[in-house]
Each structure stands twice: as C-alpha cells, then as structure tokens.
Design a protein around this ligand. Structure first.
Ligand SMILES: NC(=O)c1ccc[n+]([C@@H]2O[C@H](COP(=O)([O-])OP(=O)(O)OC[C@H]3O[C@@H](n4cnc5c(N)ncnc54)[C@H](OP(=O)(O)O)[C@@H]3O)[C@@H](O)[C@H]2O)c1
Length: 332
C-alpha cells in the first residue's frame, strides 16, 4: 500500500493497492458476508487512515446487514460494516493536527455503515483518540460504540448525579457492562438487571444490587429510581413509570416511533421524562474513556474473539442476543 504526496487542504490522499474486507452486496443472513480484496478507502483532509488490527460487533451491524435500518442514509452496496476500530495510523489528511503516522489509536466511525471490518479504515480525526495504553487491540476495539453509548445515556440523557439511584436493564451485554461501571464511577447507587447465569459476572462490576430478570420483574417492585436505563429495550416507559421518582428519567436505546412519541410528550409535560439515546461519536468522550481504562476505573469484558474470516459466525452469535460483554473481531 502506498500513498501519493502533498495534497492541498481540500484534496484526498490517494491510497494505492488493495485490502481485505468483509463485504456485503445484499441484505440478508450472516451468509451474505464475503471476504474480498477491495480498494482501500481514500483519506480526506480531516481524516486518518488506520491499519485496523481489531474491531467489534455491535447489534447495529447485524440490524444493517438484515435490512432493518434501510431508511437510514449511506447504505449503498457493496457495504463494509463495523463502527469500532483499534489500530495504527498509517496516513493523515492535511488538516489532521493531533495524530501522527505510527500512533496507536481507537475510533468510533461516524460514517454509516461504519467501514471497520477491513484491513484499513479512513475516519475523521474528531472521532479518533490515542488507544488506552493498558489494553490490547481487541480490548480497545470493544469500547468505542458501546461505552460511548453508556456514557452519553447516563451523563447527558440521564443527567445522573452522585447519590442518585439508577437501574440498568441489560447489565451483562456490550453496553450494560460499561453502564454499570460508569454509573458507579459517577457515585450513583446502581441496580443491575441480568439473568441467573450472568450474576457472578455482573457482580464483578460492583453494582450495589442485582436483580435476576428470570426471577423478578423489576417494574413490579416497590423501589423507585431517579433513572432507569433500559439498555436491552425490554421494558417500555409505560411499564417503568411506576418505579421512577417524581422527576425520574427513563432512557431507552431503541429509536422506534413509539419511544420518540413518548419522549416528545414527556418533554412538554411536567414530571417524569422518557428519552431515546442516539450515541454520537466524538474524540472527547474517547479520551475520557481512555483515562478511565488506564486508571482501572472501567474495564472491558470480551466474551468471544473471532478472526475477520469468521465474521458470519460472530454476527450469528451476537444476533442470539445473549453476548456476555463484547464480541471482538481481529484482522491479523
Ligand atoms: N441508540 C443507540 O445509540 C444504541 C447504541 C448501542 C446499542 N444500542 C442498542 O442497544 C441494545 C443493546 O446493545 P448491546 O450492545 O448491549 O447488546 P448485546 O451485547 O447483544 O447484549 C444484550 C444483553 O441483553 C441481555 N438481555 C436479553 N434479554 C434481556 C431481558 N429480557 N432483560 C434483561 N436483559 C436481557 C442479555 O443477557 P442474557 O443473556 O442474560 O439474557 C445480553 O447480555 C441493542 O438493541 C442495540 O442495537 C443502541
């Protein structure tokens, strides 16, 4: 792979050669993935080209693959999916100021449908930060989308403060493991909801209380919460209202019309509020997360690691909906 030299600020850096990528040319089952040699992405002035060493699977990847999100823009076949990137900078656009060739980085691609399931990915510098030094590439790649979602759901949508009570539904999944740890870091009293087989794992994240959803319906309990973060999307706002405090907030990860309508209605009415989180990739949050990882305040949990050649199996596993932490993908 070679790069052409001296682009002007508006030009792209031309990358020659080819790279391996997991490509889809149609919507469908995990079988639609093809590992192919394709042209590498070109690098715009504000972008870095990353040699991707690892990525991770997020449910949005298989939702795109299945055609569940057809209305969202940017879906032109052939597509390379994947939003999480950990690797090394191999080229920089002329407007890039913080990063240099050779830097170990991690990134949350903000370009639909991602582009991370490949040897190389070009992403804006503004969604890229130095990789947490204490983490392997697969561990680093497990963080960007899931941990950013957890952080923005609790801090921005949920307005979580020290001493408040928060319930996290779906505590053992990719977003949930980070949500429990971040809520504890914020000084909240944390109730984590998971199934019987994941109690020990969730307990290792130090929540104050665990509810086994196979045994107890948390919406029927007498306890109330300042914030309910429904990561898995199994309990609607209508079911959670009764366990929210007077000004309690409900945050869901599911951007469906009913949840948006609820959010709109509760915004204009006094009292409890329903919100939908849509995570936004940004460098500042990645830097914050890096610091928490490096000081041991947050850690990642990787359930399984698959090479890119087994991306179909990784998607099939994620689609079962019972991942314990994150599913990593390695390119080398
Ligand atoms: N809007 C956004 O910006 C955004 C961002 C990230 C994710 N999301 C969405 O958030 C959802 C979760 O993502 P994720 O990455 O955490 O998924 P994931 O890694 O697949 O985790 C799913 C978890 O949900 C648990 N679970 C399944 N049924 C449950 C139930 N009835 N009650 C409680 N827990 C249950 C599973 O645990 P068990 O095996 O114990 O059942 C599993 O650990 C997905 O729908 C994803 O698309 C949205």
């Amino acid at each position: 792979m070679t790069t052409s030299s001296s682009p002007t600020p508006t030009e792209t850096t031309v990358i020659n050669g080819s790279m391996q990528a997991a490509v889809i040319a149609q919507y469908g089952s995990p079988d639609v993935f093809e590992i192919k040699n394709i042209a590498p992405p070109q690098v715009k002035a504000d972008q870095v080209l990353i040699r991707v060493y690892a990525s991770s699977v997020n449910p949005i990847d298989w939702k795109i693959r299945k055609g569940m999100l057809k209305l969202l823009p940017g879906q032109k076949f052939p597509m390379v999916l994947g939003f999480d990137i950990a690797g090394e900078v191999v080229a920089t656009g002329v407007q890039v100021t913080h990063l240099n060739v050779g830097d170990a980085v991690y990134a949350y691609s903000n370009q639909f449908p991602g582009g991370a399931y490949a040897d190389y990915a070009a992403v804006p510098e503004k969604v890229t930060a130095a990789k947490p030094e204490n983490l392997s590439y697969p561990e680093a790649a497990s963080i960007p989308l899931a941990a950013t979602t957890a952080l923005q759901a609790l801090r921005d949508a949920g307005k979580l403060n020290a001493g408040q009570r928060v319930l996290i539904n779906g505590a053992s999944g990719g977003v949930g493991i980070f949500a429990v740890q971040i809520a504890k870091l914020f000084g909240a009293h944390v109730t984590a909801v998971c199934s019987t087989q994941n109690i020990d794992l969730v307990n290792s994240l130090s929540p104050d209380r665990i509810i086994d959803y196979k045994q107890t319906d948390f919406t029927q309990e007498a306890t109330s919460y300042d914030l309910v973060f429904d990561v898995v999307g199994s309990k609607p706002y209508s079911a959670c209202k009764r366990i929210l405090t007077g000004k309690g907030i409900y945050v869901t990860t599911q951007p469906d019309p009913k949840n948006y309508l609820q959010a709109l209605l509760t915004r204009v009415l006094p009292g409890q509020t329903a919100k939908v989180i849509l995570a936004r990739a940004n460098r500042v949050d990645l830097i914050y997360l890096k610091e928490q990882m490096e000081t041991g305040k947050i850690r990642s949990i990787i359930d399984r690691t698959y090479p890119l050649s087994e991306i179909a199996a990784a998607h099939a596993y994620s689609e079962e909906g019972h991942a314990v932490g994150k599913i990593a993908i390695t390119m080398v």
